[in-house]
Design a protein around this ligand. Structure first.
Ligand code: BGP
Length: 471
C-alpha cells in the first residue's frame, strides 16, 4: 500500500520574519512586519503579543537549528528569504552583500547536511518603503522591484537552490492582507484587492520566465493556501456557492500559471461588481508562456459555505477561518469537524480531497509546504514538551499521504509548519507549531535554548521509516 518513494521530501518549514529576528542587523531594512506589532487582530491586544524583532533568533542560531533538522532526518527545509536583507528599501540598484552572504551560509549549511532547500522568494515581509509607495497596488514600482530582487536570488543561489516558490499565500495577502500586517492597507476584497492580485500575477509570471533563462534545471511553483471548500448541504444553491468559493479562494491563484489566464467566472464577478482592473494585453500573453513546474500548497483545514444571504457582510476570523462574499457564498460551520484551541477546523480527509482536487484541475506535481497545529506548549521542569496533540494532528494528516499517492496524485513532499517554534503571524510566540521548543515567552527572551519536543522524536521515526511507522 505505501508507495512513498525513497526521494520523498520529508521536512518542515518556516518563514524569515517569523523565525530570524535580527530585524536591524547587517544592513537589513524595515519590512511591513517590523513596523507591525504582533496582535492587531480584533479581540487581541497589541500589548499582549510580541513583535518580530527577535523572533527565534534563528539568524544567530541557524547552524544549531539546521543540525536539529538533520537530526530529525529532514530531506528538505522550506524557508523564505527576507526581501529587506537583500534590498533594504526594495528600490536599491545593488543588493546588500551582508544579506546575500547570510543566505549563502544558510544554504551551505543545509547542503552540508544533505537537506534540499525549498526557497520562498517572498513570504509576507514586503519592504516597508515599497508598501508606503502603494506596495502591490503600485504596478509600475512593484513588478520591477520584485523582479530585480528575484533576479538577484536566482543568480546568487543558482548552484544551491533547485526549488523556488514565488510568493507565499498570495491568496491570503490579497484577501486578508490587513490581518497579516496592519501595514497592508486598503485591502477590501474589491477593486484594490484584484488589482493587487493581477499585479502579483504579472510579477510572478515574469519571475517564472526569468528563472528559465538563468537556470534551466531549476523548478518553480506558486505557494497558495489551499482549502477545499465544501457545500454545507446538498442543496444545489449551496453546491453552487461552494463552486464559487473554490474558484475565488483557491483556483484563480493557480490558473494563470497552468491554464494560461483568468477563469470566465472571475471575469464575470469583476464585471458584476464593476471592478475595472488595469490589465494589458501583453500581460495576459505572459500567462500563456509562464508555466510553473509544481504547486506548493499550505493546507490547514477545509472550509464550508452555503448560498449567500442578503444581510451577510465580509467577515473573517483570521487567514484560516471562513469568509463571505456578496452574491457568491457565505461561510458556514462544519459540525462534523473538531477545532484546534485556536478555532481552526481539523480535517485530514479534507487534505486528501484537496490534493485530489489539485490533481484533477492541474495534473502537476504537488508538495505540502505548510500543515500543522498551533498550541500552547508547556516546558516541564525536566525540560520536556509533551505535545501529544500535535503528534495526533500530524499523524492523521500523514496517514493520508500513502492514500493520496495511491490515488494517483503526484505528491512529492511534506513540509509541515514549523521546523522550530516561531512567532505566529498574529498570535504571538505562545501559539507554537515547532518540533523544537524555543525557550522564550512573549516578552521575556530568556535563554532561547532549544528543546526537543516529543513530536521531534516521533517525526524522526516517521522519516526514518519513510512514513511506515507513524504510531
Ligand atoms: C500561514 C502562513 C504562515 C503561518 C501559518 C500559521 O497562513 O503562511 O506564515 O503564520 O499560516 O498561522 P498563524 O501563525 O496565524 O497561526
Amino acid at each position: 500500500m505505501n508507495k512513498i518513494t525513497k526521494n520523498f521530501l520529508w521536512g518542515a518549514s518556516t518563514s524569515a520574519y517569523q523565525v530570524e529576528g535580527a530585524w536591524n542587523k547587517d544592513g537589513k531594512g524595515l519590512s511591513v512586519q517590523d513596523v507591525s506589532a504582533g496582535g492587531f487582530i480584533k479581540g487581541l491586544n497589541v500589548e499582549d503579543i510580541t513583535d518580530f524583532k527577535v523572533a527565534s533568533d534563528h539568524y544567530h542560531h541557524y547552524k544549531e537549528d539546521i543540525a536539529l533538522m538533520a537530526e530529525m532526518g529532514f530531506k528538505s527545509y522550506r524557508f523564505s528569504i527576507n526581501w529587506t536583507r537583500i534590498y533594504p528599501k526594495g528600490i536599491e540598484q545593488e543588493p546588500n552583500q551582508k544579506g546575500v552572504e547570510f543566505y549563502h551560509n544558510l544554504l551551505d549549511e543545509l547542503i552540508k547536511h544533505k537537506i534540499e532547500p525549498l526557497v520562498t522568494i517572498h513570504h509576507f515581509d514586503l519592504p516597508n518603503y515599497l508598501e508606503e509607495q502603494g506596495g502591490w497596488k503600485n504596478k509600475d514600482l512593484i513588478v520591477d522591484a520584485y523582479l530585480r530582487y528575484a533576479k538577484t536570488l536566482f543568480n546568487e543561489y543558482k548552484n544551491k537552490v533547485k526549488y523556488w516558490q514565488t510568493i507565499n499565500e498570495q491568496n491570503m495577502v490579497v484577501m486578508f492582507g490587513h490581518l497579516l500586517s496592519k501595514q497592508f492597507t486598503g485591502v477590501d476584497n474589491g477593486q484594490e484587492s484584484y488589482q493587487m492580485f493581477h499585479n502579483m500575477n504579472v510579477a510572478q509570471a515574469k519571475a517564472i520566465l526569468l528563472l528559465k533563462t538563468i537556470n534551466k534545471k531549476a523548478k518553480i511553483g506558486v505557494a497558495p493556501n489551499i482549502s477545499l471548500v465544501y457545500p454545507q448541504t446538498n442543496k444545489p444553491e449551496d453546491v453552487l456557492a461552494a463552486h464559487n468559493a473554490n474558484l475565488i479562494r483557491n483556483w484563480i491563484y493557480i490558473d494563470p500559471f497552468v491554464k494560461g489566464g483568468y477563469d470566465q467566472i472571475l471575469l464575470n464577478f469583476w464585471k458584476e461588481n464593476n471592478y475595472k482592473i488595469d490589465i494589458l494585453e501583453e500581460e495576459m500573453k505572459l500567462f500563456k508562456k509562464a508555466k510553473i513546474n509544481f504547486i506548493a500548497f499550505n493546507y490547514y483545514s477545509s472550509m464550508s459555505v452555503k448560498a449567500p444571504t442578503k444581510d451577510q457582510d465580509f467577515k473573517v476570523g483570521d487567514q484560516q477561518m471562513g469568509f463571505n462574499l456578496e452574491n457568491m457564498f457565505q461561510s458556514a460551520k462544519n459540525d462534523n469537524l473538531q477545532v484546534s484551541e485556536y478555532g481552526w477546523e481539523i480535517d485530514p480527509i479534507g487534505f486528501r480531497l484537496t490534493a485530489r482536487a489539485l490533481h484533477d484541475r492541474y495534473n502537476l506535481p504537488i508538495i505540502i509546504t505548510e500543515n500543522g497545529l498551533g498550541a500552547k506548549d508547556v516546558l516541564t521542569s525536566e525540560g520536556k514538551i509533551h505535545d501529544k496533540y500535535r503528534i495526533d494532528y500530524l499523524r492523521k494528516h500523514i496517514e493520508q499521504i500513502p492514500k493520496i499517492i495511491n490515488d494517483g496524485v503526484k505528491l512529492f513532499g511534506y513540509n509541515p509548519w514549523s521546523a522550530i517554534d516561531l512567532v505566529s503571524t498574529h498570535q504571538g510566540i505562545s501559539k507554537r507549531y515547532g518540533f523544537v521548543y524555543v525557550n522564550r515567552d512573549e516578552f521575556d527572551l530568556k535563554d532561547m535554548k532549544r528543546y526537543r519536543k516529543d513530536s521531534f522524536y516521533w517525526y524522526q521515526k516517521v522519516i526514518a521509516s519513510n512514513g511506515n511507522n507513524i504510531d
